[in-house]
Design a protein around this ligand. Structure first.
Ligand code: ADP
Length: 290
């Protein structure tokens, strides 16, 4: 099968991750153990996951004019994601300041930076949306932009897939343009049944239990996730969603099975985008499980 064309209109952040023995109290200074900078943001993570899973991926978004911008662009390029339409705007790139303690608890401050400037998409930025098989969006950029991209995709017979994270009420115009919602159980509850009922295809991830699907005729499919030794579930949802975008045209059962294998493999490695598996790894796990 030829690689599916996926376009992601979404966020890209630098994650600044400090590991500490325990969380500092307000006003307290403590010594940490390690520090790492890793590219993140749900848009970039899912774009990289889709590319590793086998898709031809283009990314539309923005970085700032700071020193992080170069590394963020390079992370997309390294994953063979087309970054031609990554805007560079004045001011800071998006960052997430993350503290993780020895109990695995985290506290996170997200500064959207350039992500909040992904507004008024140009014809050049919209072109890949019209040409793609699947448009994949999240809610870490302005919702007006997601709505405009979704409308454009819908008008050009591109499958519009939305991972509504962080969850918030969706404008009617956006709901009307979405073909596929990808949610976890928390997001499913936050959005509510009325919103879900207005979208033709809903995919709900269930952690170690896999994922379920509800289609336009109320048809239902549930698949399990392969049994793996999970060490870090960060990024499992993004790996699942990127792989689902790639495999969507295989039909719900095969697409969910492929995406669950990608999500499961992502839990076996630390980190977010760095954890997403390649198509060969996903297929190897699937052939072990059949
Ligand atoms: P999120 O991280 O967005 O809350 P989930 O926890 O539902 O999403 O995980 C996304 C997908 O990753 C699941 O559908 C599943 O395929 C896979 N996954 C997550 N945790 C595990 C696990 N412990 N074992 C196997 N697969 C897992």
């Amino acid at each position: 099968m030829s690689a599916n064309r996926v376009v992601v209109v979404g966020s890209i952040n630098m994650d600044l991750v400090a590991r500490t023995p325990r969380m500092p109290a307000p006003g307290e200074t403590i010594l940490g153990t390690t520090f790492a900078t890793t590219p993140g943001g749900k848009g970039a993570n899912q774009a990289i996951a889709a590319a590793r899973a086998g898709a031809d991926v283009a990314f539309v978004g923005a970085v700032g004019d700071d020193t992080f911008a170069l590394d963020l662009r390079q992370a997309l390029v390294d994953a063979e994601v087309d970054a031609e339409r990554l805007r560079e705007v004045s001011g800071p790139s998006g960052v997430a300041v993350i503290t993780v303690d020895d109990d695995g608890q985290n506290s996170i401050v997200v500064l959207p930076g350039a992500n909040s400037r992904v507004l008024d998409l140009t014809d050049e930025e919209l072109r890949p949306v019209a040409d793609a098989d699947v448009l994949l969006c999240q809610l870490e950029i302005p919702v007006e932009t997601v709505t405009a991209a979704a409308r454009h995709g819908s008008a050009h017979d591109t499958v519009v897939m939305l991972n509504p994270s962080p969850a918030r009420p969706l404008p009617d115009e956006l709901i009307a343009s979405v073909d596929v919602l990808v949610v976890n159980e928390t997001e499913e509850q936050q959005l509510g049944g009325d919103t879900l009922a207005r979208v033709a295809h809903v995919v709900t991830t269930l952690g170690a239990d896999g994922a379920r699907y509800r289609g336009p005729q109320g048809d239902r499919v549930q698949v399990g996730s392969p049994d793996v030794d999970a060490v870090d579930t960060t990024g499992a949802g993004d790996a699942f969603t990127g792989a689902l975008a790639f495999a969507w045209d295989r039909g719900p059962r095969d697409a969910l099975t492929f995406a669950c294998a990608a999500g499961a493999l992502a839990t076996t490695r630390p980190g977010a985008s760095a954890a997403s598996p390649t198509r060969a790894e996903i297929e190897a796990l699937l052939s072990e499980n059949t």
